[in-house]
Design a protein around this ligand. Sequence first.
Ligand code: UDX
Length: 438
Amino acid sequence: MKKICVVGTGYVGLVTAAGLADFGNSVIGADIDASKIEILKNGGIPIYEPGLSEVVERNVRAGRLTFTTDIDTAIRKSKVIFSAVGTPPGEGGEADLRAVWKVASSFAKNLNSYKVFINKSTVPVGTGQKTKTLILQESGNNDNFDVVSNPEFLREGSAVGDFLNPDRVVVGTRSKKAQEIMRDVYHALIIRNVPYVETNIKSAEMIKYASNAFLAVKITFINEIANLCDIVGADVNEVAKAMGMDGRISPKFLHAGPGFGGSCFPKDTMALMEIFKQNGIRTRVVEAAVEANEIQKRGVVDKLRSVMPDLEGKIIAILGLAFKPNTDDTRFSPSKVVIPLLQELGARVQVYDPVASDDFRRDFPGLEYKDNVYEAVRGADALILMTEWNEFRSLDLKRVKSLLRSPVFIDTRNIYDPCDMREKGFTFVCTGRSNCDE
Ligand code: UDX
């Protein structure tokens, strides 16, 4: 097993550090953010990620996982350095790689023996080559290293499971020495016959963007089919189920909703469009998906107005602020589009999310944040269910109806059955099955 340093303790870096330690490696999790490292050193977890605290605690206790802010020393002590820092969208949508260059620079300054620099972050095709050039420049032309692309496919909310049981591991390098080291790092998966793909750096970088953009396009496609289903009276759940029975389509990521959000799909689709543009061509498919996704988010307000045209002075309850359940992340959440639109139309908004309120409050301090579903619903003229948290799947509908000033229920995630809800007296609108024939 290897001495490994993982720079960056966000949901990718921390899950990677804990997961690699769980594979038997000795891992140092490093971050410039002293507050995060302080929390970790005191046995806490600075992010919300189900199951992560158990894996971290298990490996810290076993002495395989430690944390530090001293990145230079951690690099000098390690043979394998993962860069798992953020690559947020820049001005024009391209990936901002400044954090990656900082890690590469530290790597270059601490190249006291042969080391492997592994890019775990999502980076544009060609970043591996630029990283190699930067390290050579800043190490006085010391070429005693290799650069590897090892993209992550972790979903927030299920990142631990996705790391420990991945569909595949992708490793981009043509260096035999680096390939051997990477096989050792992922030995625990290889002996379990987890698909392990060795390719060149650019293909590995492209696999990540192509995979995420494809998933974003797939979601957007079913969202547009849902919009048509609402008009013609089909049921998108039935359509998606039968579509998914085709092995070429698969049933996953065919759940219609208010549009995709999160720290990845929006960022990676924008970055991929930028990569196309920088290479003199366009991706009309991804461009259309990004545009359609924004329309999908705004369309939630149209759903409400289809049954409540005048929102002036109305109180609207929003259930769910996170971009998906089981995470506190609200980056590019559909609620961040819907709530300002409601306010522009004169509505007052009161909100509840089991976990993500604090994160959301940073951008929307002026909202009425309630402590539970029923307080959020109390006195509202309508409620909009935005995130499919489990606790929203078994609401006391009698109580909800009695607390609402008018029984208007917009279900953007198709959690409830339209016929059943109407029998219960709700004015009910969902996504792609609102008018399905009884
Ligand atoms: C995604 C990719 O799945 C993961 O492989 C990659 O490493 C990071 O980006 P994540 O963004 O955490 O993961 O969440 P994901 O579960 O993919 O959902 C992304 C968005 O799509 C969410 O807003 C979710 O609500 C939406 N979604 C997902 C749908 O609207 N319908 C679906 O069927 C699936």
